[in-house]
Structures are given as C-alpha cells and as structure tokens.
Design a protein around this ligand. Structure first.
Ligand code: ATP
Ligand code: MG
Length: 388
C-alpha cells in the first residue's frame, strides 16, 4: 500500500538524556494543539514521528504550521511504500525529474536485513533513473534534486525529495514559564520568540500610559502578542496602567533618572506578577549599549530590585540581526507602526548612562513604591491571547 505521510524530524541532542520521553510527549502534545482543527493521525515509530491519514489538499497548511513548532528541525512530505527494490524503483521513477538537470540518490538503511547496502541502492536507483530520463546527470556535490530513500525495519520505506527546515529549539513548555516585558517595539517580541524557542512558555506584561499614550498603542501590543502566539502558544497578557507611576516619578525625581526609576518599578511589578502566576523568570528585549537604559550599569541598577532571573536573549544582538528575526517571524510590520511607547512620555533630554543603585534608592525614597506597585497590579487588565 502506498500512502502520503509527513515525516517529522526532531533534534537528537536533547533526546539523549533521561528526559527523552517527556520531551517527545510534550512535542506530540504541542503538534496536536497546533493542528487541532485538522484531521490527521500522529504516530511514533522507531524514534520518529509520522503524520498520516490527512487530507492532501491541506498538505501545505500542515507544513506551514509545523514549521512553527519548536523542537522540530525538519519535515518531509513523503510516500510510504512497502519495502522492495521493485517498489522503490517504480515509485522513484514516478517522481518529477522534468525540471532539473542534476540529481542524486541518498539512501538510509535502518533495515539491515535488506540485501543491498545503502550505497548499492544509491547506485542502482541512480542508474534506473538515468535510463529513463536521458537529460539527467548525477551530481553528488550540488545536485538540483536529492531523492531520499529511507528503508525502515518495519518493512516500510519512505521516499521524498524535499527536506523542509523548521525552527528547531526545544519543545514549548519544557523549560517552564516566564514573563515577557512586551513593549510595542521591534525587540521584545523577538526576545519572547527566542526564549520560547528554548522551551519557555510565556505570559506577557505591557505598561501603557493612557491618555499620554494612545489606545492604538495598546492595540498594537495586543496584535504583537497575537503574532508571536503562533510560535509561543497562548499568552496571558497583563496590561498595566503606568500613568500614575510616571506622573509621580516626574513630580518627585531628577529628570535624568526618570527612565532608570521607571525601569526599576516595571521590574518590581513584573516580579510580583510572576510570583502571583507561578512564573520563574523575567524576559526583556534589551541589547547591550543600544540606548542609555541598556548599558551594563543601567541593567545592573534595574536588576537589583528583583531576585528572579532576568533573561535578555538579545543582549549580544545587533539591531540588524534583531530586525531580520522580526521579519522572519512576522512581527516587523506591526512593530514599526508609529505608535508611542510609555518610555517616550516625559522622556528626559539626557538620561543617565551610568546610574548608581545608591542614587536610585535615594530618589525612590520620595515615592511610596509599594503602594504604587500594588495599585497598578490591582488595576491590571488581563487578556487571554489564543494561539494564532
Ligand atoms: P523594544 O523594541 O522591545 O521596545 P527598545 O529597543 O525600544 O525595545 P527600550 O524601550 O529601552 O528598548 O525597552 C527595553 C525593554 O524593556 C523592552 O525590550 C521591553 O522588554 C521592556 N519594555 C520597555 N517598554 C515597555 C512597556 N511599555 N511595556 C512592557 N515592557 C517594556
Ligand atoms: Mg521600546
């Protein structure tokens, strides 16, 4: 029997340890979630995942969605056939060779009972193809088409000619859960994506300063959360009004420390939300030296008010590199929409570049931080962003 299947390949590295089973189960669960409105069957055989019994009309939809599942490194739309040399010949010859000039056969033989070695199969099938398609040449180094033949121990073989690369990473949820500080900019959605790629599920917090910032600015952040949810899964989005806090800082603190103190209060609120929701880390989109608030000294002063780990996956990335990722994951166009962020309200002309903890603490003495933080959290708005 011949049937169409999708072969799913996952990274071998993370599968060595004792967690292997847990990882694969999580990966399967995430795949099923991603495909939940489609009909299909998912099997695990010989350390491989295979999708079958799906409507071929939706093949492309399967591909697009699976490319967003962390933990998969590649997929292939393949034919599953009964293993026999005849059968392999027949099916390879039915593939489309019209539009290429060079090819090679690449066989993997797990079935050691099969009487030919993989090199024998390569050679034999190659010759059969050359006989039928006179315009072709074999090119072992950079062929236009590679025909993959996998001989499995269960009596089945898989034939395909395109290995489609996926995002890689670790299954979402395998690294616990964290809180992403999500602004409307380019960086923080990318930071969320990268942490989820390492298995971290996320909730997000956004600070707005309505009416200094517009309602569109908030809508933009909701849109960004939707866009990254295609990778990061569903996201609980905490929306916090920062207006009163900013006014208080503006009234009481030195202008050059305005951003430093805002950042410290954002961190305190983020830590509280994390503790209330069982989240084990804070994630930001900061990159060393990008702006005054992202110097080593600034980050040290903002870090010092929290005890949770703060993940900054973009710390060593250039803006260009960050922009490339944001284009790839589809957040760029939304991020560059011209809406203001709360950090641009009351923006001082000369923000301090090397703040000190001592001075920040001194200025904060004039604020009732605890009550500001608590009030902001009491008034939070929560949105559940479904997986996109
Ligand atoms: P982004 O492109 O992510 O906005 P940025 O280059 O504009 O970053 P900053 O404005 O200095 O840099 O912000 C640094 C980080 O602080 C952001 O990446 C984000 O994680 C967090 N942050 C800034 N503003 C907000 C906000 N209004 N709500 C939530 N998090 C924020
Ligand atoms: Mg910003």
């Amino acid at each position: 029997m011949k049937r169409k299947v999708i072969l799913l390949k996952f990274g071998e590295l993370f599968l060595k340890g004792r967690n292997r089973h847990e990882f694969i189960n999580l990966l399967k669960k995430n795949i099923c979630k991603k495909l939940k409105d489609l009909k299909f069957k998912l099997d695990e055989t010989q350390g491989r995942l295979i999708i079958s019994e799906f409507d071929e009309e939706y093949e492309q939809e399967f591909v697009v969605r699976l490319q967003k599942v962390f933990g998969l490194i590649a997929i292939a739309c393949a034919f599953e056939i009964e293993t026999s040399l005849d059968n392999i010949e027949k099916n390879v010859l039915q593939m489309d060779f019209e539009n290429v000039k060079t090819f090679k056969i690449e066989t993997k033989r797990a079935d050691k009972n099969f009487p030919m070695t993989s090199m024998d199969v390569d050679k034999h099938i190659g010759e059969v193809v050359l006989e039928k398609y006179k315009h072709l040449k074999v090119d072992l180094y950079s062929p236009e088409k590679i025909v993959h033949i996998e001989l499995r121990t269960n009596g089945k073989s898989y034939i395909y000619d395109k290995l489609i690369s996926c995002v890689g990473g670790l299954p979402l949820g395998s690294a616990g859960k964290g809180l992403l500080l999500l602004s409307g900019g380019i960086d923080s959605p990318v930071a969320g994506y990268l942490m989820s790629k390492r298995g971290l599920e996320i909730e997000a917090v956004h600070f707005h300063s309505y009416p200094y910032t517009s309602l569109q600015a908030k809508e933009k952040v909701i849109q960004l959360a939707k866009e990254i949810s295609a990778y990061c899964g569903k996201i609980k989005l905490h929306i916090i009004s920062f207006t009163e806090i900013q006014e208080e800082i503006h009234r009481n603190c030195d202008a050059d420390y305005m951003i430093t103190i805002m950042r410290r209060i954002m961190m305190r609120i983020a830590e509280k939300i994390s503790n209330n929701n069982g989240l084990g880390a804070i994630v930001t989109g900061e990159s060393l030296g990008q702006v005054a608030s992202q110097t080593m000294q600034s980050m040290n002063v903002t870090n010092s008010v929290v005890s949770l780990p703060v993940f900054r996956p973009l710390i060593a990335f250039d803006k260009e590199e960050i922009m490339d990722i944001s284009r790839k994951i589809g957040t760029y166009e939304t991020s560059i929409l011209p809406y203001e962020d709360c950090c641009t309200v009351f923006l001082p002309k000369n923000p301090v570049i090397k703040p000190t903890i001592k001075k920040a603490e001194f200025l904060e003495n004039k604020l009732d931080i605890e009550s500001l933080v608590q009030t902001a959290i009491n008034n939070e708005e929560i949105l559940e962003i479904d997986e996109f």
